[in-house]
Design a protein. Sequence first.
Lengths: 272, 287
Amino acid sequence: MFWKRTIPIAIVAFVGFLTLFGWFIDEPNIKVFVEDEATQWYDILASFAIFLGALNLLKLQSQKILKKQKGWQFSIFAVGGFGFSILAGFVIKGNDAIQWGAHVTGKGTLFKWMFEYMFTPLSATMFALLAFFVASASYRAFRIRNFEATLLLISGIIIMLGRVPIGIKISSWFIIYLTILGFGIVVNSYFKNKQITLAFIGGGVLLTTVFGFLMGWPIDRPGIFYLPLLQDWIYNIPNVAGARSIMMGIGLGIFATSMRYILGIEKSYIGE
Amino acid sequence: MRDKQFWIVSGIIIAFLFVYNFIGHPFFLTNRTVMLFAILLFSGTLIYYTRLAKMGEPIFLREIPGLKAVEEAVGRSTEMGKQVLYVPGIMDMDQVETVAGVIVLGHVAKMTARYETPLNVPVSRSIVMKAGREACRESYLMEGRPDLFQDDMVHYLTDDQFAYAAGVNGIMVREEPAACLYMGKFYAESLILAETGNSIGAIQIAGTASQSQIPFFVTACDYTLIGEEFFAASAYLSQKPELLGGIKGQDVLKTMLVGTIIVATILRFLNEMGWISWDVMNFLTIQ
């Protein structure tokens, strides 16, 4: 109990308080520890721990092949890739002119070849999948189901159009006409009368056109209906307000969680 | 004054700070005074409510649908005879989100042990693998089912972001888990994972503090724990009074922050108008 519970909690409390209050202390040794050494210690530990992970991977994949479990063929690639990386990293350099160590980045080496022609394309393939997933996710998010989804759809269209070159060419007049048509739908569904709807849309379009000509509105006036300005406002005002409130919650959550660990209130991380 | 001991200790700390200030505050970076007091105030509030909860003060915690759904998801997996897939993010144990993810894993492992449901936890860091195994082992022990625990239910895939995403996607497509839980720190792979989970029809619950990934999870998952909800998960699932007290403390701090924002906005307005010379922004900006 003492070694498995008390000592780990004491270490967490000591290092936690040192790191927290070290930020307020003007002492070079503490400063170096907090900003540099502590993270380096962790990196060293993590580097050694990689062996545990590698062995676990090798064990599980080998077992799969030997027992011919479901999908064992894929494990051949995993074990083969593992072995090939070890060979390229530690046994076969492929270019005698380059020193060991520098061979991981040096031209003409087996490791560099593996990195450029196997690893990079495979990673890029996975990353490229994102484009398709974004499309399918956007389709689901933008489907008009309720008021919030409609708002999201309209904001999304404004942001997308306002950030591409064609958005600059779309005049405020056009957006006003579209807005009138949009409100026309609302008027129609409320009154359910063709004459009233026609009067609303016709009157609105006429009024906008006459007013626009009289006022001499250029392409970007009134600014509230000009897409680049509108998207800028959405992006910098409501979006930032929402994002900051989430950030504040996250910050408080992180602080409270960290304090719970440091003070030993939360002990689940050592399995209690 | 319900907690006398707390106020006595707080008084001693404040007295010590006064004395320290009086003797010239050696080694102290004076430009960080506001930050220090904020931390002391925040910590004090959290400790106070934690102690109150421990003393038996009833704490109300609003229902969080995402956390309520965790048990539902495990139950669904049990009924379908399929496994629960738990992804604790792609970062190491030096990230508080990963630690929170491992803690939630402990609670999920308790449920899978109770319902005898297979649990699959692919990880991308060796230290997370060790921590995850310990959390699961303890949970299975506490539920009285150590026989169901296997070391390899928490297994390592790779450190690389997209290789890990490919590995987890492979598991999803081959094993078709009935429930996929994503709790930890995520980057661009979040949507790849969540969309694949969606395509296999799994019930999906995500929890992260990675702000840029929240929209992706909201879109692709059935439930999403946004930011602080994720950090409250451990308290919610364990229902331990001392942890619930911390959550109440957090809410009180939030109220304090909102109050500070309102007061600071008014003071800033007065300063801008030239009615007061003191600039609150200089006071609040972290040096």
